[in-house]
Design a protein around this ligand. Structure first.
Ligand code: UDX
Length: 453
């Protein structure tokens, strides 16, 4: 089958490359000439493990191509995917900005030829598929097309595996002909017996928001339980295991931390809240999740100040990890963008390092004034405390002796719980984590003098 993928952001590029790996012929279209030129040169616009090889192999195999010209690939396509951004609108109450989706629909309409399925892959509010249908019908009255909704559930950092081995595929489609095209596109997954849910457009659109909001709720729930653990002496990791082994709850997404970030959860929870209000069915749980998560990032800065003895005025804090999670260079809504400025505001100097996120981080005004370092140990030199913000693997087994010798004060704040308190304390640190009691190394016994001699 021939696919035109409009938009080479995270979802568009990964989905395009994966569909070509399934054997389809995919042309990825983007207005950004520099991005397309870079892709032609084999350079990926994002850091995603395995993506460069996947793209390279399929380009060489003649199944994957990139262009700024939308008309040609759309004319030839059996399916056109709209995978452009749906950011939170700048002025408003959290609703998704659909300008790019509707603009893409208009452009697609002008070039349709023969029966084509136009698929929204971007996360779009309920009702958008019908609007896309209307736009195309008005612009191209005679066009032979259907609109489908096929939300994407991939995670950054694990995107290829998530696309190739999904828990399920959700397809909103309302004619047999349209469903048949989508079935053909996902044929390799059918053979693997991946559940493929055929639903209405509205159900597919809402399923995506409900999934993200539920996961965001699960994280926020365990984060609040972590606070209660700290206050009562319980251990959140044991609580998470204790509840997660209950099959009805499940173990995943119960890691307490500094609050969720990224390109999806913050934007999609806000957009869902907005949709609830618009339809006069307020989603009070999700509203609370949004508020609790926003607040949490500020509380994390307070926690660091507290671990530093109540003030960071004039102190230097070494921050490891800036991206919203590991294995990505994505800085969108990263907790670091709130925590770092909050610490600077109360007088801290920040030294920071991230394995892949440095060039993205440097573009963020929130991080102005940060001294960016070349590796974890350089970051620690002369700092008064060490803070782990993102759980990159390379931070999981730091040489604690060396870290201690580089730091002015052996204070560690681990906001991802990647260390065991005993081992950090044994290395002479005072250790603050999330949902576990803060611990300090045992005081050295004072030298006792019994006089005499
Ligand atoms: C998410 C969804 O998982 C994916 O299905 C959807 O398509 C896009 O949004 P992503 O944003 O890439 O994917 O990252 P994810 O791994 O879900 O993490 C999101 C945020 O939650 C991160 O900030 C992460 O640190 C945080 N998180 C996740 C926790 O704090 N605890 C957890 O247990 C899991």
């Amino acid at each position: 089958m021939r696919i035109a993928m409009i938009g080479t952001g995270y979802v568009g590029l990964v989905a395009g490359a994966c569909f070509s790996e399934f054997g389809h012929h995919v042309t990825c279209v983007d207005k950004d000439e520099r991005k397309i030129a870079a892709l032609h040169a084999g350079k990926m616009p994002i850091y995603e493990p395995g993506l460069d090889d996947l793209v390279g192999n399929n380009v060489r195999g003649g199944r994957l191509d990139f262009t700024t010209d939308l008309a040609g690939p759309v004319k030839d396509a059996d399916a056109v995917f709209i995978a452009v951004g749906t950011p939170t609108a700048r002025h408003g109450e959290g609703h998704a900005d659909l300008t790019y989706v509707f603009a893409a629909a208009e452009e697609v309409a002008a070039s349709l030829s023969g029966y084509t399925v136009v698929v929204t892959k971007s996360t779009v509010p309920v009702g958008t598929g019908r609007k896309v249908h209307k736009i195309i019908s008005e612009k191209a009255p005679g066009a032979d097309f259907d609109v489908a909704s096929n939300p994407e559930f991939l995670r950054e950092g694990a995107a290829i595996n998530d696309f190739m081995r999904p828990d399920r595929v959700v397809v909103g489609a309302e004619s047999d002909r349209c469903r048949a095209v989508l079935r053909d596109l996902y044929r390799p997954l059918f053979l693997n017996e991946t559940p493929i849910l055929m639903t209405s457009l509205e159900t597919a659109e809402l399923t995506k928001y409900a999934a993200n909001a539920f996961l965001a709720t699960k994280i926020t729930f365990i984060n609040e339980i972590a606070d209660l653990c700290e206050a009562t002496g319980a251990d959140v990791q044991e609580v998470a295991r204790g509840i997660g082994l209950d099959g009805r709850i499940g173990k995943k997404f119960l890691h307490a931390g500094p609050g969720y970030g990224g390109s999806c959860f913050p934007k999609d929870t806000l957009a869902l809240v907005h949709q609830g209000r618009e339809h006069d069915t307020p989603l009070r749980i999700v509203e609370t999740v949004v508020a609790v998560n926003d607040d949490r990032k500020v509380r994390m800065a307070e926690r660091i100040v507290h671990a530093c003895g109540g003030s960071v005025q004039g102190k230097t804090i070494a921050v490891l990890g800036l991206t919203f999670k590991p294995n990505t260079d994505d800085m969108r809504e990263a907790p670091s963008l709130v925590i770092v400025p909050a610490l600077q505001k109360v007088g801290a100097r920040i030294r920071a390092f991230d394995p892949e996120g440095m060039s993205e981080a440097k573009k963020h005004a929130e991080l102005d004034g940060v001294a960016f370092c070349n590796n974890a140990y350089e970051t620690m030199e002369g700092a008064d405390a060490l803070v782990i913000l993102t759980e990159w693997n390379e931070f999981r087994s730091l040489d604690l002796e060396r870290a201690r010798s580089l730091l002015r004060d052996p204070v560690m704040v681990d906001l991802r719980n990647i260390y065991r308190p005993e081992e950090v304390v044994a290395a002479g640190f005072s250790y603050t984590s999330v949902g576990r009691r803060a611990v300090a190394p045992p005081k050295r016994p004072r030298s006792v003098s019994l006089g005499g001699r």
